[in-house]
Design a protein. Structure first.
Length: 316
């Protein structure tokens, strides 16, 4: 089991006073250099999203973070919505120039988090390419030990998404942080309270893991969630197996998959979770294309309902 300090409950996070709910429901926003995240947020904010996670792929692409923060702050002014996290998804453990840019992206987002009014930076933990997960631990410690200290000095937490990115225990090219055995080693290698998980059930379901018991065990290290579900076709598995010609699992938008998110949110509340569930769209095989935002808004309302509906203060 990971050292006690590394699995202590997340007590540092706090919901902004503008929102009485301790669990916000939001969505991911691509902040890449060719995108207009402020305009995108402006268009979807009226649907009722309460948080926005700004994401980058591999590098920040020269994005001026101070200018972006000013732009987003103007859009969100008076809405009560917040920036829940800043993310860069690449392989920071590799040895090439792109990995160097990914590491630089982590550093810049840590330094800029306060400009966005958030304290959370996320991404892949990275991987020594095509080596077993345990062989990545020395490199993980070398990269994220200093980053964790840098973040702690600024009151920032770091969280790792649990996406396999096509890898397994023996080989892969992106991320080691996709299961409990790896998490144990990671949090022991860098035993600090400001390292945690950006968890979602879909990635566990792809590996046929029951996600809710896992969440119940690890909720104290979950700093935020991606709102993405999965559908497992057990009939296909029983007939063709997992190596057959038929696809047997799909990523789904919450509300269209197999997970009971009311039960999931109950686990979060029971575990003292404070933070955001940000919907990760663009994966659902049905609610995509012209139906993308239809699916996301349905997920938004579904997750709010699973959260218990509209927050209602107790009578005094």
């Amino acid at each position: 089991m990971a050292k006690k300090a590394s699995i202590s409950k997340n007590k540092k996070a706090s919901a902004p006073s503008a929102c009485p709910e301790k669990i916000r429901i939001g969505t991911l926003v691509n902040a890449g250099p060719d995108k207009k995240p402020g305009e995108y947020i402006r268009q979807i904010l009226p649907y009722g999203f309460e948080s926005f996670s700004l994401t980058f792929w591999q590098t920040l692409g020269g994005r001026d973070l101070r200018k972006l923060a000013d732009e987003v702050r103007q859009v969100l002014a008076g809405s009560g919505a917040v920036i829940s996290s800043l993310s860069v998804f690449g392989n920071p453990l590799a040895g090439d120039d792109l990995a160097r840019q990914t590491r630089a992206g982590w550093q810049k987002l840590i330094d800029a988090a306060a400009l966005f009014g958030c304290d959370l930076v996320t991404g892949f933990a990275g991987r020594v390419v095509d080596k077993p997960i345990d062989e990545s631990m020395p490199r993980f410690q070398k990269v994220f030990g200093p980053l964790a200290r840098r973040a702690a000095d600024k009151g920032v937490r770091l969280a790792f998404e649990n996406c396999q990115m096509g890898g397994d225990w023996r080989r892969g090219g992106w991320n080691i942080a996709h299961g409990p055995a790896a998490w144990e080693m990671m949090f022991n290698a860098v035993p600090t309270g400001n390292l945690g998980l950006q968890w979602e059930p879909a990635h566990q379901m792809v590996g046929l893991v029951d996600p809710l018991p896992q969440l119940a065990k690890w909720v104290g290290k979950v700093f935020c969630l991606h709102g993405k579900d999965g559908t497992v076709r057990w009939d296909i598995i029983r007939e063709f197996g997992i190596y057959g010609p038929r696809q047997f699992v799909w990523h789904r938008t919450p509300g269209f998959g197999d997970t009971n998110w009311a039960d999931l949110i109950t686990i979060l509340r029971t575990g003292g979770f404070v933070g955001s569930i940000d919907i990760e769209g663009w994966h659902d095989p049905v609610y995509r294309g012209d139906l993308e935002m239809t699916g996301q808004v349905r997920a938004l309302n579904y997750l709010k309902d699973c959260r218990g509906g509209t927050f209602t203060p107790n009578p005094t």
